[in-house]
Design a protein around this ligand. Structure first.
Ligand SMILES: *[C@@H]1O[C@H](CO)[C@@H](O)[C@H](O)[C@H]1NC(C)=O
Ligand SMILES: *[C@@H]1O[C@H](CO)[C@@H](O)[C@H](O)[C@H]1NC(C)=O
Length: 227
């Protein structure tokens, strides 16, 4: 029946539309970029008084050179939009093994290497400060990590507006999609019912007409055969 096929395709479109929306949103929330906000190094590993070459690297990823960081005991701050930003990206809540290094001709010296996790970003502004005595003081920024890491940090998420916004938006969109979907289904069902009733009526009338036709063809009026 063509009508039923049309109804099915309509429901199918609504379904596809809502699936795309719902699959897009978690993906949107689950990817978070990390930028360098500030850095200060306290020593270099150079034997000669030359300028150090400092870089950040996560295991399996490219090196990010910090071209400005040349002197000790100077705090360098960044906008987050420098050509070498962002430092890295968290595709999910999993930690990465990352470190801060100083490149040398023979081999790189390690300032520090640590497990870098989205859940480290517990500050409401999305910052995370790492301080190593006689090493460095670095502040990373990852505003999108705050909702990611908040599962294990309920205390800090209670006064965090960013996460509330995300959740509110998702709930709103879900409610909207569900409403549209249900309304669409209802309308489709109503339409189908109406059409079915019309068709039944038409078939019923047709039966009567056919009955009349047969009687006419035989040249018999109602009850003609009996008389
Ligand atoms: C890493 O560097 C290589 C070569 O410079 C480049 O082709 C690749 O896209 C880089 N990967 C990432 C994740 O930036
Ligand atoms: C590290 O740097 C941040 C930002 O510059 C600063 O607020 C913080 O006090 C510093 N921490 C230490 C231990 O020097």
């Amino acid at each position: 029946m063509p009508l039923r096929r049309r109804l099915n395709s309509r429901a199918f479109h609504v379904y596809i539309f809502s699936s795309i929306l719902l699959s897009w949103f978690p993906g949107f929330m689950m990817s978070a970029i990390v930028t360098l906000d500030s850095i200060e190094i306290y020593n270099t590993h150079e034997w000669l008084p030359s300028k150090p070459t400092v870089y950040f690297q996560c295991k399996g990823e490219n090196k990010t050179y910090l071209p400005d960081v040349k002197n000790t005991h100077i705090s360098y701050t960044f906008k987050g939009e420098e050509s070498w930003q962002p430092l890295t990206e968290f595709p999910n809540t999993k930690c990465k093994r990352c470190g801060l290094y100083e490149e040398d001709i023979l081999k790189s010296d390690i300032f520090d290497e640590w497990e870098f996790c989205p859940s480290d970003f517990t500050n409401p502004d999305g910052s995370y400060n790492k301080f190593i005595e006689n090493g460095f003081n670095v502040t990373f920024l990852c505003p999108d990590c705050v909702p990611l890491g908040s599962d294990s940090n309920h205390a800090s998420s209670s006064h965090n507006g960013g996460k509330g916004m995300h959740v509110a938006v998702v709930i709103l969109i879900s409610a909207l999609v569900s409403t549209v979907f249900i309304l669409g289904l209802l309308a489709a069902y109503k339409y189908w019912q109406k059409r079915k009733r019309e068709q039944d009526q038409a078939r019923f009338l047709k039966l009567f007409e056919e009955g009349d036709d047969i009687e006419d063809e035989l040249g018999l009026g109602p009850l003609g055969g009996v008389i």
